[in-house]
Design a protein around this ligand. Structure first.
Ligand code: UDP
Length: 477
């Protein structure tokens, strides 16, 4: 039999595409020559995303691995969309005939289709073709438990979450405050909500869910999913916690300017602030941050992006520091702080011994990168599932200090609150000390999990065996 191929269907965006590709590569490494990878590349809706995707693909193609990229034809993106999660889900849906055509004509048996979170409409295609189907969940087990529970919550909670009494019951998690539900489900009239309920329902129909976490990090949520408590006692798909999956690029020839600046700082003395691929601040918030940092007295490396350009979609722009920062701030803090106004090499920065704490938007990739290096966090959620992640990092995992974020004011944080959180994170407070200790424990757990004999290593092995055994010959191949 020709080598069975695993078909990956990622969506664009730093946190999605790279994470799924990296998982696929790990799978290949476990499977030896028993499996190959086919990546379906859905045509990106903006030039910015298209360029990003092309750069990743060029790098992967040059790596010599058994990975084949198949570019799907461009489709007409929906124009009447309201929310970004709706937009992504719908553009994937429009691609279904192309996905079907490619899978049906693959020259090798298909071991399985692995869908990104937003691609569950494609289950109809893979089911029709009788191909085993998995979801790759780029977030954590807590969020997965929430998603699997969401279809039932939809029936049980007739009002908006923020209007309900008490906490949201998600098996495997401590009572979830309604203020910590993911942003796409905060407005039930928004199509994003409907799509999340839809995806949650369809996750339960898959043959397995691959999740970017490790058993040691989220035992309770994983157990609740496995014993069917999140799916009302119905069978839950097998979950494969294979993380942390972190895509490390080869070190650059010349150290980045941020890294050179860190070289001159003492160990664990710098707080890093960085807010993912989509985080940005307008002047009123940027000024609060500046005042908070100045008053904290701590050293800082602040990756600051500015609001999107008119007509530039949701992509942050390089920050215009003169417009965003208070007068004289850069001068007053030049000996202890660096404000970096564009994309920064976050993974290299977190790996640096000078970084002692991380004020993060709490995207799951960023959170895992922080844990990988044992850096405690202060989460400042902005969008997507980050409010739920913040709850997980603080209340479940204990690796972060809580920060008061005003969700009703566009997630505003006052200068005094940032100052308090940074002092707690970097200084001698009890909460900060516990978070630091716990982050170091998680660092060891993360590294052990992916080593030979570790829990994630074993999960990857069992996934690779399930895929190999499930391989089917499709259509004309
Ligand atoms: N990132 C980076 N530099 C930046 C901002 C983000 O390298 O200036 C990387 C970060 O290391 C992470 C990814 O972009 O790997 C962001 O993923 P995450 O899931 O944390 O957040 P998202 O961007 O999806 O909201």
């Amino acid at each position: 039999m020709a080598t069975p191929t695993v078909v990956l269907v990622p969506v664009w965006g730093a946190g999605h595409l790279m994470s799924l590709l990296d998982s696929g590569k790990r799978l290949l490494a476990r499977a030896g020559r028993a499996l190959s990878l086919t990546v379906l590349v859905i045509s990106a809706p903006t030039e910015h995303l298209a360029a990003e995707v092309a750069a990743h693909i060029r790098r992967e193609e040059a790596s010599g691995l058994d990975v084949r990229f198949v570019h799907l034809p461009a489709v007409e993106p929906p124009t009447d969309w309201v929310g970004i999660e709706e937009f992504v889900s719908r553009i994937v849906q429009v691609n279904a005939p192309h996905v079907r055509a490619v899978i049906s004509s693959l020259p090798s048996p298909v071991a399985g289709v692995v869908l990104d979170f937003f691609c569950t409409t494609l289950l109809d295609v893979s089911r029709d073709l009788a191909v085993p189907t998995y979801v790759y969940f780029t977030s954590n087990a807590a969020m997965l438990a929430f998603m699997l529970r969401l279809p039932a919550l939809h029936e049980e909670v007739p009002v908006e979450f923020e209007e309900m009494e008490g906490a949201v019951d998600v098996p495997g998690l401590p009572p979830l405050p309604p203020s910590s539900v993911p942003t796409p489900v905060t407005d039930k009239k928004n199509p994003n909500y409907t799509w999340f309920v839809y995806h949650g329902r369809r996750f339960a129909e898959t043959d397995g869910i691959i999740v970017n976490t490790a058993a040691e990090l989220e035992q309770s949520a994983l157990a609740a999913i496995a014993n069917g408590r999140c799916t009302r006692g119905a069978r839950a798909p097998k979950v494969y916690p294979i993380g942390p999956v972190i895509s490390f690029a080869p070190p650059p020839e010349q150290p980045h300017e941020c890294v050179r600046w860190l070289d001159a700082q003492s160990p664990a003395s710098v707080v890093l602030l960085c807010f993912g691929s989509g985080g940005f601040f307008a002047a009123p918030q940027a000024r609060e941050i500046a005042h908070g940092l100045e008053r904290s007295g701590h050293r800082f490396l602040w990756v600051l992006r500015g609001p999107p350009a008119p007509g530039g979609g949701r992509h942050p722009t390089d920050a215009n520091l003169a417009e965003l920062l208070p007068d004289g701030f850069l001068d007053r803090t030049k000996d202890r702080g660096l404000v970096w106004p564009t994309w920064a090499p976050q993974k290299e920065i977190l790996a640096h011994a000078a970084v002692g704490g991380f004020v993060t938007h709490g995207g799951w990739n960023s959170s895992l990168e922080s844990l990988w290096h044992g850096v405690p966090m202060a989460p400042w959620p902005l969008y997507a599932e980050q409010h739920t992640n913040a709850f997980t990092l603080v209340a479940v995992m204990g690796v972060a200090v809580a920060m008061k974020v005003d969700r009703k004011r566009d997630n505003f944080v006052e200068a005094v609150e940032l100052e308090r959180a940074v002092k707690e994170l970097m200084g001698g407070g009890e909460e900060g000390r516990k978070a630091r200790e716990k982050a170091m424990e998680m660092k060891a757990a993360c590294r052990n999990a992916v080593e030979e004999g570790g829990s994630s290593y074993a999960a990857l092995q069992s996934l690779s065996e399930a895929l190999y055994k499930g391989a089917v010959v499709v259509g004309t191949n």
